[in-house]
Write a protein that binds this ligand. Structure first.
Ligand SMILES: *Cc1c(COP(=O)(O)O)cnc(C)c1O
Length: 380
């Protein structure tokens, strides 16, 4: 590809020749108003009306029964896995092609990640690789599914919707149901994306979202756990708010909880952001159409949504022919002030996870060599 043409095209989209980052937040709605309200009211911390409002908005957007606000997406994952029943020594099926938080949340529960391959079309956990693994290793016993070779319980399956592109959820949920394995969706990147018209995050026993500064909508830092099980939702709230029993003045905590509360200050920001989620997604989808046309002309594969899915296009990406081409694009664009970034290094290449079980990883390795993110902020 002619890198100069690409740089020029991106500069035109963002109407600037300054440095263009991968993703920047945009605050053009009620952000200042809501945040100032929390300051004026003194309710900036762990209790406040915006926390409740945020939880309602997330339940509505995800079309789930209950949403619980937490301090970040990683904490949301950690607690969702705990509530799904993940205990010390258990195994959790997930993908190696992900952001490190997915695997870390498993490790925080003293469980073992099992890295299974992704699909080429979704870049997320492949139902086929889960099925093949379970056919070989799975055994259903009285209290759930076990890995008959390692002897460990297979306590959960944790797919991640890469850059907002949903995994093949129907097939994945079906195979997990067959083996009595609860699904927890890492939908950190995919709020607003749908699969057969249903929001990602709402297919598993739990789903989680992240509202970190680089995500499509931000709380500064924040996360949410969603579930259709009201009882589990209440329990998630309890565990993330120090497991305190309601009482007028006594400090009674009935188990080991966490202080994972989202401050009202952050909730105010994200409420204002969520009001604009649809317009952000529309802006990104418009940009994706332009990128698609640009790259088509250049003979480069720009990643677009699968049929039956609607993608939020949080981070957009191209697929190059090999690692050499990938590195060339990365080097030249970053030098010329247009930020690009490779997809993550596979989890088993990191020191903490190199000992973990993994299958062939043909597709994950293929994508690791080829996928590059390009500037994806809203621009219109
Ligand atoms: C951002 C992200 C998280 C974690 O979110 P934080 O809010 O930064 O803790 C988890 N998983 C994936 C895939 C993410 O992209």
């Amino acid at each position: 590809m002619n890198i100069d043409q690409f740089v020029k095209f991106v500069q035109e989209q963002y109407k600037t020749t300054d440095f263009i980052p991968l993703h920047v937040p945009r605050f053009q709605g009620n952000e200042k108003k809501y945040v100032m309200e929390t300051i004026d009211s003194t309710f900036v911390s762990s209790v406040g009306a915006y926390v409740d409002k945020f939880e309602q908005m997330i339940a509505e957007i995800s079309r789930t029964e209950q949403a619980v606000a937490v301090v970040n997406g990683t904490a949301a994952l950690q607690v969702a896995l705990r509530l799904a029943g993940v205990k010390t020594g258990d195994e959790v099926l997930t993908q190696a092609l992900t952001f490190v938080a997915t695997a870390n949340a498993i490790a925080y529960n003293h469980a073992h990640p099992v890295f299974l391959d992704v699909d080429l079309d979704t870049m997320g956990l492949s139902p086929k690789s889960v099925e093949i693994f379970l056919e070989e290793y799975g055994e259903i016993r009285e209290d759930g599914c076990y890995n008959k070779k390692s002897g460990n319980r297979i306590a959960a399956c944790l797919p991640m919707h890469t850059f907002g592109f949903p995994v093949h959820l129907n097939e994945l949920v079906e195979v997990c149901n067959k083996w009595s394995i609860p699904v927890v969706e890492d939908a950190a990147e995919s709020i607003g994306s749908t699969y057969h018209g249903k929001p990602t995050g709402s297919f598993g026993q739990f789903g989680i979202y992240s509202f970190n500064g680089n995500k499509i909508v931000t709380a500064g830092g924040g996360g949410a756990i969603v579930t259709d099980d009201k009882q589990l939702g209440d329990f998630a709230k309890h565990l993330t708010t120090t497991a305190k029993k309601p009482h007028k003045y006594e400090y009674v905590h009935d188990e080991l909880g966490h202080n994972y509360r989202m401050p009202n200050l952050n909730a105010a920001l994200i409420c204002a952001q969520l009001e604009q989620l649809d317009s952000f997604i529309q802006s990104k989808r418009n940009l994706a159409v332009k990128y698609k046309a640009f790259f088509k002309e250049k003979g480069i594969k720009f990643r677009t949504e699968n049929p039956d899915t609607k993608v939020n296009y949080w981070l957009m990406c191209v697929e190059l022919n090999d690692r050499k081409e990938r590195n060339q694009l990365l080097n030249e664009t970053n030098e010329k002030g247009v930020m690009t970034r490779p997809i993550w290094k596979l989890m088993y290449k990191l020191p903490m996870y190199e000992h973990c079980f993994r299958d062939e990883q043909t597709n994950a390795e293929y994508l690791e060599d080829r996928i590059v993110n390009i500037p994806s902020s809203c621009n219109g």
